[in-house]
Design a protein around this ligand. Structure first.
Ligand code: ADP
Ligand code: MG
Length: 326
């Protein structure tokens, strides 16, 4: 396809169906003009996905488009913010029409689900890389932060963990398999490529959860950030971790370490003061599991069903720590 940068933007990105009333001027001028709601704060988050680093080079374009927005919506969910606007900076090796069509489909399907409007961006030629910035609204009193966990609070997880990490491993090392394990593998790879940002759960936790984070780098690493920010510790019961049936089928027996040390699940991990569990969990639109409790003793301790402490060999993905497996 030969087209100018402007044709490409018009064709693939300017004709979206979401038109919000708080966007007086969207794509097309030098900057968008936006009307934030009075009395609320803007929650802003940005994430870059680089081909070959954040997703395998042969990932379907629709999955790349979906996930580039999903990971950002997940950050807003973890703040208890209501998503509204998004910008998109695309670096493309060439204007590949089929790829752009798939990318836009994945991106706008999810944008429509959450009534998020693409209000601007930038398009350049270069190695495939996607930077998405989202903006949402939250009131100062209700924002979910990492630093409020208190001794005695319960630790909770939405959905299941470990699916994306195991899915990536199976995607990279396919094995000949039975029909049952093929279905399970497909489920895990789908979780890797199309994670569900827990936007409604984040909104429901506003004013209730004492802390929250989304699990992007693995439960061990991300819960560790909450503990550090809050100045507390936690005991997590590995037999209570929510694991999908696909994970249970395809992971090695009793493999809890993959589930807590691999990332990309985009579930919410949050803490709740004792006594609030029943009411809060009833208000969530997804499954949610209590996995442990916060303590005054610093550190993150993994425990088996008998309460014995277990050692974790690796803790999660960090771009700037060399020698760690991704
Ligand atoms: P400028 O040169 O003034 O920065 P651009 O030529 O980069 O403007 O972009 C023209 C318009 O198209 C702007 O409104 C910009 O926000 C929008 N735009 C550019 N690339 C994208 C994209 N990938 N997605 C959405 N909007 C885009
Ligand atoms: Mg520009």
């Amino acid at each position: 396809m030969t087209c100018s940068e402007f044709d490409l933007i018009r064709h693939f990105f300017a004709g979206q169906c979401i038109q919000r009333v708080d966007v007086p001027l969207g794509i097309g001028d030098d900057a968008a003009l936006l009307a934030p709601p009075p009395g609320r704060l803007l929650a802003v988050s940005v994430d870059t996905l680089i081909a070959g680093v954040h997703f395998p080079l042969d990932t379907a374009a629709r999955a790349v488009g979906y996930k580039s927005l999903a990971v950002n919506l997940s950050d807003l969910a973890a703040m208890g913010a209501e998503p509204a606007w998004v910008t998109l900076a695309l670096s493309l090796p060439e204007p590949d029409e089929a790829w752009l069509t798939g990318f836009a489909q994945g991106f706008f399907d999810l944008a429509s689900t959450h009534s998020v409007q693409l209000v601007g961006g930038d398009t350049t030629r270069g190695p495939l890389s996607i930077t998405v910035q989202v903006t949402g609204f939250v009131s100062q009193e209700q924002a979910l932060l990492r630093n409020g966990a208190q001794p005695g609070d319960g630790v909770f997880l939405t959905g299941t963990v470990g699916d994306a990490g195991l899915g990536l491993r199976l995607y990279q090392q396919p094995s000949d398999a039975s029909d049952a394990s093929n279905d399970a593998t497909m489920h895990l790879v789908h979780r890797l490529e199309f994670p569900t940002p827990r936007v409604a759960a984040g909104l429901a936790l506003r004013g209730c959860a004492s802390s929250a984070i989304d699990v992007s780098d693995g439960l061990a690493a991300d819960l560790g950030h909450v503990l550090t920010a809050s100045g507390v510790g936690a005991d997590i019961h590995v037999d209570q971790l929510p694991l999908s049936s696909a994970y249970r089928l395809l992971a090695s027996k009793n493999d809890w370490q993959t589930a807590v040390s691999t990332g990309d699940d985009y579930e919410l991990c949050f803490t709740l003061p004792a006594g609030q569990e029943t009411a809060v969990l009833a208000g969530l639109d997804c499954t949610c599991t209590r996995i442990g409790e916060i303590s005054a003793d610093s550190g993150l301790r993994w425990r088996d069903a008998d309460g014995q402490q277990l050692a974790l060999d690796n803790t999660g993905f960090d771009h700037f720590t060399f020698g760690k497996p991704q």
